[in-house]
Ligand binder design. Structure first.
Ligand SMILES: [Fe+2]
Ligand SMILES: [Fe+2]
Length: 191
């Protein structure tokens, strides 16, 4: 309704509603992306594809660590690795969905995956090595995601909010790995 386009001080807070309706019908092929989208869409898609690669590499690394830790009878640690692998997979799915919403294509090509990823795939020999490498990878993710969040600012709030939720999970992961590292380090010095 036209009266809704003005706030209590009679200052327009929305574009004219007729104009808004007209614009919504334009470029329907863009789906969720409207003229209110202020970010550089191509650039955001390419950043999100790097995040996607980072998450997939994290899934693979945690899975590898899960199976190797199971082999050395560290059941509790193995379970923690598996839980993280599942959460990294959820992050990958959120990011891939957002890429599609923005009109892009998720890059899941295994070729170049490690190059596109911010964090690395390090196998680690001992349990302690694995946990240490996971902590490093989480710290890389936290740092690069916080840069992405700052870059997005108010230009793409939906992507920013998704990245904030993912980053807070990575902070939890880093904290989990730090706790494990301390516990394992402690056990090592005892034995
Ligand atoms: Fe993640
Ligand atoms: Fe993580």
């Amino acid at each position: 309704m036209a009266t809704n386009t003005k706030d209590k001080t009679d200052r327009p807070f929305l574009s004219d509603i007729q104009e808004l309706r007209r614009r919504a019908r334009e470029h329907m092929e863009m789906g969720a992306v409207t003229s209110a989208y202020k970010a550089d869409r191509e650039k955001v898609i390419s950043i999100l594809n790097e995040v996607l690669a980072t998450e997939i590499v994290c899934v693979l690394r945690y899975k590898r660590h899960h199976y190797m830790a199971s082999g050395i009878h560290a059941q509790a640690v193995a379970e923690e690795f598996l839980e993280h692998a599942k959460e990294e997979q959820e992050h990958a799915d959120i990011v891939a969905e957002r890429i599609v919403q923005l009109g892009g294509e998720p890059n899941l090509n295994p070729e170049g995956l490690a190059m596109r990823s911010h964090s690395q795939y390090v196998e680690g020999k001992s349990l302690l090595d694995m946990v240490r490498e996971d902590l490093v990878a989480e710290r890389i993710a936290v740092e690069s995601y916080s840069e992405i969040i700052r870059y997005l600012g108010d230009d793409d709030p939906t992507t920013r909010i998704a990245m904030e939720a993912i980053m807070s999970k990575e902070e939890e992961h880093a904290d989990d790995m730090k706790t494990l590292l301390e516990r394992l380090g402690h056990e090592e010095t005892k034995s």
